[in-house]
Design a protein around this ligand. Structure first.
Ligand code: TXA
Ligand code: MG
Length: 347
């Protein structure tokens, strides 16, 4: 596969462009589209060759399955075997940021599921995603549209940075609202499920529909991951990211100390902090605005890379994320801990 294709850029609200991109996708080409979580790198989920190309364009290991995007929750029945619990969950959370793993039907090629007999089903709520899937007339296999290992793209510019020349079209949908990927769930019984990847739908929300909700174990070396994507280094910026664990005052004092010793560093922090860290603070929102932290986290990691490359930065610091099961916290924890390759410094 060559990476010198002509890439059509579709502006926000350009319905003709959307139609052109949908017809490209239907004929086996790759198209990036916005969703409420992150941008997706789409291919027809019925086309083995196109699915193969997704892995090549992203540089993704071929053993990591793709999830399949549908326009309506009931479309799952055409590609997978749905269950009562699927219907309860989809009534409650679809369209929205959840992916439900089901047994796949024959029509979905092995290239999509990395040879496995299950398929992740996702029905996005972003209006452009919905319209694009509908116009395409096929289910769309799509991982996040970043180059493998990089932070997921939450803005159009992130997609053009990573993927110009590698795909046939990129559709602009503005900034993604949720900012972290969907919650991936495995149905383990009639009234129980396991969260394989925390995301936009929280444990507490799931508990309103399903009696038993557990998190998949932390993945130790050599353990076979239920969700193959979780075993790879992920979301990582170029400069090393170090998470500082301790009271906010101590974290800030630590970073100031390092700066005064002449260390070239960046600090992913909150609105309240930026004036204290001129030229090196990158805010992800107000201190207590967890939604904003999720929405802006990947953009902050990418910005750190951009500034870091120019300034030849030694290290990027961030507050260590909270270890709690409420709301978006597990999703943020999961992404940051991977981005930092588990480097936490107690201050
Ligand atoms: O929000 C999202 O989920 C975004 C947008 C584009 O929809 N997509 C996304 O896809 O994050 P991706 O491929 O970057 O992450 C999907 C995760 C991976 O960790 C993958 O291993 C896991 O879901 N996964 C996919 N199919 C699976 C399956 N059949 N069984 C278990 N895990 C699966
Ligand atoms: Mg991804």
């Amino acid at each position: 596969m060559t990476f010198d294709r002509k890439t059509l850029l579709v502006p926000v609200g350009d319905d003709d462009g959307l139609r052109a991109a949908a017809s490209m996708l239907r004929s086996g080409e790759l198209v990036i589209f916005p969703t409420e979580t992150v941008y997706g790198l789409g291919a027809s989920a019925l086309d083995a060759r196109a699915a193969y190309d997704v892995f090549e364009a992203k540089g993704r290991p071929h053993d990591n399955p793709l999830i399949v995007h549908i326009a309506y929750p009931e479309d799952a029945e055409k590609i997978a075997y749905t269950t009562k619990l699927y219907r309860r969950l989809s009534d409650a959370f679809m369209p929205g940021p959840i992916t439900i793993i089901l047994k796949k039907r024959e029509i979905i090629p092995d290239e999509v599921t990395a040879g496995g007999n299950t398929v992740g089903i996702r029905c996005p709520v972003h209006p452009t995603a919905h319209r694009f899937i509908e116009l395409s007339g096929v289910p769309i296999a799509a991982p996040s549209a970043n180059l493998s290992g990089k932070p997921s793209p939450t803005r159009f510019s992130h997609c053009t940075d990573d993927m110009m020349g590698r795909v046939s079209a990129i559709i602009d949908g503005g900034e993604c609202d949720v900012g972290v990927e969907s919650t991936v769930v495995l149905l383990t019984g009639e009234d129980s499920l396991k969260i394989l990847r925390p995301g936009g739908v929280s444990r507490d929300e799931l508990l309103t529909i399903c009696h038993e909700v557990t998190f998949a174990e932390g993945l130790s070396e050599g353990e076979i991951p239920l969700s193959p994507g979780m075993k790879y280094k992920h979301y990582a910026p170029e400069s090393p990211l170090v998470l500082l664990d301790g009271e906010a005052q101590k974290v800030k004092a630590y970073v100031k100390d390092r700066l005064s010793f002449g260390e070239r560093c960046l600090f992913i922090c909150y609105d309240e902090d930026v004036s204290d860290f001129p030229g090196c603070g990158i805010s992800i929102g107000g201190k207590d605005d967890v939604k904003s932290h999720a929405r802006r986290l990947f953009a902050a990691l990418r910005e750190a890379d951009e500034i870091g490359g120019k300034m030849r930065v030694d290290v990027i610091y961030s507050y260590a994320p909270q270890r709690c099961v409420e709301g978006l916290s597990p999703a943020i924890y999961n992404r940051l801990i991977r981005a930092a390759n588990h480097t936490i410094r107690r201050v």
